[in-house]
Design a protein around this ligand. Sequence first.
Ligand SMILES: [Zn+2]
Length: 566
Amino acid sequence: MIARIAKIAGTVLSSALALLTFNFMAAAQAKPAADLIVTNARIWTADKTRPQAEALAVVGERIVAVGSAADVDAWHGPQTKVLDAHGKLLLPGFNDSHVHFVDGGAHLQEVQLKDADTPQEFARRIGERVKTTPKGEWITGGDWDEQKWSPPNLPTKELIDSLTPDTPVAVNRYDGHEILVNSVVLRLANITAKTTDPPGGQIVRDEQGNPTGVLRDAAQDLANKVMPPMTPARRMRAIYKAMEHAASLGVTSVQDMNPSYDDVKAYAELQDRGELTARIYVAPLETGWRDQAKIGVRRAFGTPLLRMGAVKGYADGSLGSETAYFFDPFTDDPKSHGLLSDEMHPPSAMQARLKGADAAGLQLCVHAIGDRGISMILDIFEQIEKANGKRDRRWRIEHSQHMAAKDFARYARLRVIASVQPYHAIDDGRWAEKRIGADRVKRTYAFRTFLDNGVRLAFGTDWSVAPLSPMWTIYAAVTRATLDGKNPEGWVPEQKLTVAEAVEAYTMGSAYAEFQDKDKGSITPGKLADFVVLRDDIFKIPSAAIKNVKVEATYLAGKLVFGGLE
Ligand SMILES: [Zn+2]
């Protein structure tokens, strides 16, 4: 159940003027009454000066009082709406420091085939999908798994061709290594019996040599090349879906990594219409840093709802695909150290761009996963600090997964934020030791060691790569129980965090990582009234149950965006 609010805020200018007027009036007259009071809550504030409270009051978009029910009752006026939280846990709204928001929303909207457990059901769902797919749009996504079928044969175009005479279909296997396309796409891409397999890919064929519709690995590009870019209407639908999903999970702020400029434009349009129900900080790809720099945009430039002024780069790949870049070779592939990204060829070019972006006042966020990839980015950061001088920069290394022992102290010295996604730990933890061995595993997803070294953590998910759910993320950080159930006491258990540390990283930590810790991240008078009420108290229930906890209500700027308190 989603109650999307019609208007959260007008333009920055009008709200700034309103605030000025309001402050003036407040000074001249009696204290204004609260618009909203939430009482009888167990508030965990994430504010060290007052960690716990019972009630809060909101005027306009901001919190004005936090304390006991009696303290807050002083703000009660004739128009004040009072909500009873029935003793439930109230936290600052979650701030996901690393998402791919449009991808995530698009994924939610795509046809779901993962649990289609017969070929007939697979075909039926695609047939249903055709009815709601606008002309010209493709049917994509799916995550099908033929291993659930008996016999487990790969699907073929014949299964869906008659249902999709005019609609292009390219649906992926859940592991991303294969797609099934229909005849419409084969025609568009000009794939025939005569087409040769591209390097690193395979066009699956029948006994006569005709394509069956399955394209494997690099052969998928033959279809992707002819796929039209996302239409503006589809992008908008994806963002609505993403916002609805975020609100349902108590996520009130997201930091969108490498969005396209079209995505940013869509967010701006939604802000104008008063329809943004999540605050968004965007970090487009670093190769385009001059676009922001040339008009003087600096870190965290914008409004409380939509900000820019950061850039996102890539140092290397991922552990799963064996492309994270390491000092020592992979344990299970002694010939390979992984790969640096295109942007790092050569590293001096990356350094020159990041240095330019930094000099322009932009915030740097760099994806680095392998210990050597991370180390090389720290080297670059050191050089930039030398060249551009010391400043409060809040550099971020996205993922910060596999650390060289010597580099924890460098994070601290350069005040680099470890922007991490704990869900990846319980996912990769199933097989990571085979790939990198027992020694490196000790410094993998090393959240405790970061904190011990005085390094700031920001929590996120990397959605849609991992679920957007804060409850799964906190569960992962607190239990480190791998998804296969094989480590109930925790994988590398010495790196577990407490619930309080996990919540801090997800609220104040992420707010700090986007230069917004004075404005949000805790339940503190003067800050934006973004908060979430949970059905169960994650500080009190067994940690294994945290992943199942549901959100009772989500508030953004004092307005309900999901659920509700009666
Ligand atoms: Zn990512």
